[in-house]
Design a protein around this ligand. Structure first.
Ligand code: FAD
Length: 442
């Protein structure tokens, strides 16, 4: 059996079901121009992915394998591969956003496509209501998920010995409508400049787990305080699969046996599954409201002020500066910023979602889209439209000594806000209520 092992959101050797079947293997990764071309040459995620791929290549070599790198549209790559050698099938882990599902569908018309369950705890059809329909409210989903969850969701996949298919693993294979050419194996040859990563972004998932172990007991309380380094920082690792979700769950189970309260952290992992399940079942959520016809008021001046950290609201501007400087933003600050964006500035949530997508190191379509819809009050199980975070009281509560704000704001920072919180909140409520007569659950 000659199999193409297509690495996508599972860039690791450890606990990878892709590597747990015998046969002749061609492990590949594809740089997809549809995803890469819109990105600026200084996108730090591409540096992260490139470094991770080099690491993966070496780790595969230790197992007697290697990784062939391609640049091209996935359908062109598979057409070329099939023309130039015979393969029986392709194996890849599930990727559930609309673009990925459509891409995989097209490839399944060319070659047998085996989708392996790996990225999430549950398959998107595994935790459903009794009538077989998807949950739309988190708490019942969470309660059901806990009853479905068992040791199989933590099973470990050890690599088995596979024979490496003969191929040129030293170059990037550029495939386009003109055919095949080879380009050097470097970031520059696919149009990107290496970017400096933060110390945290350079840490391995195991190092992060070691450092997080002592914080887990206080996670539930400390996770909201933005200056504290109280969370796992594993979101980008979970996004790109540099840690397996099952490895994380086994680690969590060990912590539980030590008497640590693991429930609050487990709950967040279930949120990740909930959002992926929703986007899988309701792909239109990527661009459309789930409920209400709130559209927001497009306003370029407000949008520009937000994106350049010049709203005059300290916690919001500090958050945006953290994002622009590091590719990270603390979860509570994401919530404050998204509420300010959609409710005080009344901007369309889709604009904020796209801005985060452009900069977040851990950008994940399902988590980002559904979190933005939650903040805007338009999503499945949303925060009520009339709940508007007060960015000043939030900052007072979770950044009392302004340490986070001071860390990111420049000295000459201008605190003249572009909108007054009370006034803009009242205006937003009038806007939302006037749209309510038009309530439409789509
Ligand atoms: C407006 C907005 C946009 C967001 N966009 C993204 C995104 O693009 N990618 C992303 O991974 N998360 C997103 N989140 C969720 C959350 O902010 C990040 O997952 C978290 O800040 C990552 O830090 P951590 O790994 O230290 O999280 P931890 O607190 O250590 O949580 C552990 C893991 O659980 C998952 N998780 C935690 N909180 C959430 C949540 N609210 N929703 C879904 N999964 C969660 C993540 O995979 C995270 O790594 C967004 C939240 C908001 C409010």
């Amino acid at each position: 059996m000659r199999r193409i092992l297509w690495f996508r959101r599972d860039l690791r050797v450890e606990d990878n079901p892709l590597l747990s079947q015998e046969g002749d293997a061609l492990p590949i990764f594809i740089f997809d121009p549809t995803i890469l071309e819109p990105l600026p040459s200084n996108d730090r995620r591409v540096t992260f992915i490139f470094n991770t791929l080099l690491h993966l290549k070496s780790a595969l070599r230790v197992c007697g394998l290697d990784l062939a790198l391609f640049y091209g549209k996935p359908t062109d790559v598979f057409e070329w591969l099939l023309k130039n050698a015979s393969y029986h099938n392709v194996c890849a882990s599930g990727d559930y956003d609309a673009y990925s599902l459509q891409r995989d569908r097209e490839i399944s018309h060319l070659i047998e496509f085996n989708r392996i369950h790996d990225t999430y705890i549950f398959h998107p059809d595994e935790v459903l209501k009794k009538d077989g329909t998807p949950y739309q409210v988190f708490t019942p989903f969470y309660n059901c998920a806990k009853t479905v969850f068992n040791s199989t969701h933590m099973a470990e996949f050890a690599p088995v010995s596979q024979s490496l298919i003969d191929f040129d693993y030293t170059k990037i294979h550029h495939i386009d409508e003109n055919g095949h050419s080879s380009i050097p194996l470097s970031l520059q040859s696919i149009g990107f400049e290496p970017q400096p990563l933060t110390a945290n972004q350079k840490m391995s998932p195991n190092e992060k787990l070691k450092s997080f172990a002592s914080k887990l007991n206080h996670y539930s309380h400390d996770r909201d305080y933005m200056i504290l380094d109280a969370t796992s920082s594993l979101s980008a690792d979970l996004r790109f699969g540099t840690i397996s979700i099952r490895t994380l769950l086994r680690w969590l189970s060990k912590q539980k046996k030590l008497g640590i309260d693991t429930e609050p952290f487990f709950r967040q992992l279930i949120f990740r599954d909930f959002y992926a399940m929703l986007l899988y079942h309701f792909p239109h959520l990527a661009t459309q409201n789930f409920r209400y016809r709130f559209k927001g008021n497009p306003n370029d001046h407000y949008f520009k002020s937000f994106c350049t950290a010049q709203t005059g609201v300290p916690i919001v501007d500090a958050g945006v500066r953290e994002l622009l400087e590091t590719g990270k933003m603390h979860n509570r600050v994401r919530m404050i910023c998204a509420s300010f964006f959609t409710k005080n500035l009344l901007l369309p949530w889709q604009w904020g979602e796209a801005f985060f997508a452009q900069h977040l190191m851990d950008y994940d379509a399902a988590s980002n889209i559904l979190s933005w819809q939650w903040s805007a009050g338009t999503g499945v199980d949303p925060q009520p439209y009339f709940r508007i975070f007060n960015p000043y009281t939030q900052a007072h509560k979770f950044d009392k000594d302004k340490m986070y704000i001071k860390k990111y704001l420049p000295k000459h920072y201008n605190t003249l806000p572009i909108v007054d919180h009370q006034e803009s909140s009242k205006k937003a409520l009038v806007y939302f209520r006037s749209s309510i007569s038009d309530i439409k659950i789509i």
